[in-house]
Design a protein around this ligand. Structure first.
Ligand SMILES: *Cc1c(COP(=O)(O)O)cnc(C)c1O
Length: 227
């Protein structure tokens, strides 16, 4: 299957749903990303700042870039001008820096941010609990922020073929979304995304309410090294 055909396949699969595809292009060169772009795709995900800024410079600027990997506070400044969404917000400190950088640039559109919630059982390095996300939303610091907007939650499930386990993790993320929605965003349509599901588990994630699947190898083929 060509990259173009893969994009068209996902377009067709998702057309009857409200779910969107983030094409995860990490490790793949811009020529390959351009194939997906030429097939009409405009939403791409990268997990490293350096790689993202290099690709941003070389590709058309109507691409919506989503950062899906861990973001160090001291690197926010390199992407603040052009990033569409940071899916991997995992602390108030990081959120404050994102807001500050967007404000310094006087961005005309806020930076979309999503809370990365840890749902896998293995103690992964990044992500926070739903309670920690709630605490951020309750803080005065958050309320004062004018240059970010929280658009939803993101989670990475355990790397397993156990369907029940995957479903239960996706349900936990959805439950967190619902709780935050009801408590803080009942009247705010910006908060609407549940980013979950990758190449191996996107169908399950979709069944469990995903609004954004993040697919890499299923579009671009295997990566040379684990990433
Ligand atoms: C790499 C990555 C993906 C895509 O993984 P595939 O298995 O290649 O689809 C999705 N989400 C995150 C956070 C990633 O780092």
């Amino acid at each position: 299957m060509s990259i173009k055909n893969n994009i068209l396949y996902f377009d067709e699969q998702l057309r009857p749903t409200p779910c969107r595809l983030v094409a995860v292009s990490k490790t793949h060169p811009v020529e390959v990303i351009k194939e997906a772009y030429d097939a009409g795709h405009r939403l791409f995900g990268e997990n490293k700042v350096q790689e993202l800024i290099e690709k941003y410079a070389l590709l058309p600027h109507d691409i919506a870039w989503h950062l899906i990997g861990h973001l160090q506070t001291n690197k926010v400044k390199y992407i603040a001008e052009f990033i569409d969404t940071i899916q991997s917000v995992d602390s108030l400190k990081l959120l404050m820096e994102i807001n500050k950088r967007a404000e310094m640039l006087n961005r005309t559109t806020p930076i979309n941010c999503m809370f990365q919630i840890s749902i896998a059982d293995e103690a992964t390095k990044y992500g926070m609990t739903c309670q920690e996300a709630e605490a951020i939303l309750q803080s005065d610091a958050y309320r004062a922020m004018k240059y970010i907007r929280i658009t939803g939650v993101m989670g990475i499930a355990t790397n397993t073929e156990n369907e029940n386990k995957l479903r239960s993790e996706f349900r936990n993320l959805r439950a967190c979304f619902t709780r935050l929605k009801e408590t803080f965003f009942a009247a705010n349509d910006d908060f609407k995304e549940i980013s979950m599901g990758m190449t191996s588990d996107w169908q399950l994630a979709l069944e469990e309410g995903s609004t954004m699947i993040r697919v890499g190898s299923g579009i671009f083929g295997a990566r040379d090294y684990s990433n």
